[in-house]
Design a protein. Structure first.
Length: 159
């Protein structure tokens, strides 16, 4: 007999565990749809800074408290600290870009049912410090201490 017929493999005793793929969450799907709309509006916003700011302010107005107050205050801080940044929306979040690339953004806690809001920076931000540095920060509230730190970080990010 050949070795082929001497060996039989049965699959009767094997168990395959398959996890059902549930797909993207409703929040993730909404963020992707929002981003698709933003891409269409982005060309308009890149040509017209006021249109980008209008979209950003509309998104802030939709936020529940306390995120709305924090986002409004962040908008003022960023405009004062780095007037060269262009306000826009990015995945349904307020964001600020330089040369069309997002430098920093605000993510409300409510958007992804998180326990805190997030203020973050993308890789275009000049925040490098050695081999490791923070790129996002949890925000529960904005006091003068946080406002000063954010202002300094934004200035450094665009330097």
């Amino acid at each position: 007999m050949s070795s082929k017929s001497d060996t039989q493999v049965t699959t009767d005793n094997t168990t395959t565990i398959e996890k059902a793929y549930t797909g993207f969450t409703a929040e993730e799907q909404a963020a992707m749809k929002e981003r698709a709309r933003e891409l269409k509006a982005e060309a308009r916003a890149n040509k017209d800074r006021a249109a980008g700011e209008s979209d950003l302010l509309a998104k802030i107005a939709e936020m529940p408290e306390p995120d709305r107050t924090m986002a409004t205050r962040l908008h003022a801080i960023i405009k004062a600290s780095a007037p060269a940044l262009s306000p826009k929306t990015w995945y349904g979040m307020p964001a600020y870009a330089k040369d069309g690339k997002v430098v920093c953004f605000f993510q409300s806690a409510h958007k992804f049912n998180a326990r805190y809001a997030t203020f973050g920076f993308n890789d275009t931000a000049n925040l490098d410090e050695g081999a490791m540095w923070p790129t996002s920060f949890a925000l529960k509230e904005l006091t003068s201490t946080e406002e000063s730190r954010i202002s300094a970080l934004v200035k450094k990010a665009v330097s």
